[in-house]
Write a protein that binds this ligand. Structure first.
Ligand code: S3P
Length: 181
């Protein structure tokens, strides 16, 4: 059967610690679509971890790598992929339009408390290595929320949902979105 909605990608955006990579893996398994994790892709390409990229070349360089990756996915007409993005990828207006061109964009939302709890487990997020990460998260969320909102086709509040419920909700919403165009 020809399933028109399946021809596009599903893209996960959201703040650090909102479960994009975990949900991405689950969607990938459920739909049989390959997963592209933008952070993992960049780390593989650069052959060094994210804190090192930030330290040696700065955030702007990292953002350029993110934009380059989105452009190459768009040019190659990539489809039937799950794309889990780094939390700050939506900062550039250019990236927000590239994401919407690439497919169905889902914004995963979690509470600041959940984000703090999850992100304090390791030190691999250079932007949260501050004296008061809780305050940093609140400030960054306030700045970024309108940008996630602008990029998203679907906003999913994840706090009271299981991973399985989140996965099913995304698949049904994507089907509805493409089926109803
Ligand atoms: C960042 C989020 C990180 C990573 C980098 C910058 C951000 O990805 O891309 O540390 O600016 O929010 P995750 O959202 O996967 O943690």
């Amino acid at each position: 059967m020809f399933d028109r909605w399946m021809l596009k990608n599903i893209i996960l955006v959201g703040f650090m610690g909102t479960g994009k990579s975990t949900i991405g893996r689950q969607l990938s398994k459920a739909l049989g679509y390959p997963l592209i994790d933008t952070d993992a892709y960049i780390v593989g390409q650069e052959k060094r971890p994210i804190p090192e990229i930030f330290e040696e070349n700065g955030e702007e360089h990292f953002r350029n790598l993110e934009t380059n990756l989105l452009k190459s996915l768009t040019i190659s007409n990539c489809h039937k992929q799950i794309i889990a993005t780094g939390g700050g990828l939506i900062k550039r207006a250019e990236n927000r339009s590239l994401l919407r061109e690439l497919g169905f964009v889902v914004w995963l939302v979690a509470t600041p408390e959940t984000i703090l709890e999850r992100t304090s487990r390791n030190r691999d997020r250079p932007l949260l290595q501050t004296a008061n990460p809780g305050e940093t998260i609140a400030l960054m969320l306030a700045e970024r929320e309108p940008l996630y909102r602008e990029a998203a086709h679907l906003i999913l509040e994840t706090s009271n949902l299981s991973f399985s419920e989140i996965k099913t909700g995304i698949i049904e919403s994507a089907r509805y979105h493409y089926g109803s165009q």
